[in-house]
Design a protein around this ligand. Sequence first.
Ligand code: GDD
Ligand code: MN
Length: 398
Amino acid sequence: RQNGREPDLAPHYLHRPAADQQVRLSVIVPTRDEAENIPALLSRLGPALAPLHAEIIVVDDSEDDTPAVLARHAADAPVAVRLLHRPPSARTGGLSGAVVLGARHARGEWILVMDADLQHPPESAGMLAGIALRHDVDVVVGTRYAGEGSNEGLGGAAREATSSWATRLAKSLFPRRLNTITDPMSGLFAFRRTAVDLDRVNPIGFKVLLELLIRHPGARVAEVAYEMAPRHAGHSKASVREGLTFLRHLWRLRSQRLVGQMREGPAATRDRLRELGRMIAFGLVGLSGLVVNTAALWFFYEPANLHHLLGAALATQLSTAWNFVLVDALIYRRNRQGALAGRAGRFFLLNNLLLLLRLPMLQALVWAGVGILTANALTLVALFLVRFLVNDRVIYAW
Ligand code: GDD
Ligand code: MN
């Protein structure tokens, strides 16, 4: 099943102004029973798009008179208005399918996707599109979770909490791709037509952007904050069933990700090689830290005559400081997030949590007759991979 591939389903013009030659932006508005919102949408979207060489494409799955209301008001818009009304038999993919189908017919080099219920203020949408057209990026995400953005219009604490946890869930499943994206579930976003392969995007449910981002790991993404407004009229089509579809969608994206990575070819290979490079560098730093740790343990144990577990704990503080300085300055210089104290704090926290694992290991080895310095080195080597992964994925995540 390939969403939006019905060949003879094409939008027709409800209104086409004379100066409609070089369209740069196609605004796609999916609608399902939004008749009451259409007049306000058009009257606010018109001025917002007027300076942008835009067209509006409404992809409609309504049972109400959304198409008729749209036809009545289209002539007032300063830009072309096209309508594609899908008959019930062709409503594949719901909201997502509608968006992908609309994108196939877009004339603009940029495509902006927005809701019809005015939760995405048309003025913000226009601003976002203006920014997209002026910058050398592939995707521009309207975010509620950064800068001046806000999610208050979503309607109620329960919806807000669901949305924020759904975002967290998606980000934890795709940490690498979504790390720097604050609102991957946004319904307001724009993308460059040539940067996206629509045959690769086959979403179900509501989260078109999420699918687009994960299917195009190389796409360059920027974000623009906006304040989500309350729904103008009518009611949301979100439901428990949509929530389950979302989980199914996540599952599908997650299990197909490997295939996608292989198809992605050079970019994914490059990412793997870079990761390997960081791991080797981390290993070299770790080796120097191992020397520091061993020397310190020897000092605490022999001349200072401390208990070997206390000695190991103290030695770990010294080698942790040594490792932190090198790792922070050399390997992850470009991935630093937040203040130095915060990074150092997380780094020490991790190594001390691991120390709690290492001490029993150390004691067991000592009881088994292994020399104290050798046993200590073994515990450090054993946890190397854990330390690398936590550093690479969490403390200095991309
Ligand atoms: N063509 C079509 N077909 N349009 C649909 C369908 C469908 O089956 N279902 C919903 N739409 C349209 C609505 O008419 C509206 O214009 C837009 O898609 C969003 O639908 P809402 O029902 O208003 O969704 P929401 O406000 O709960 O969700 C919005 O916010 C989410 C983030 O919290 C959407 O923007 C989501 O995409 C977004 O993830
Ligand atoms: Mn809505």
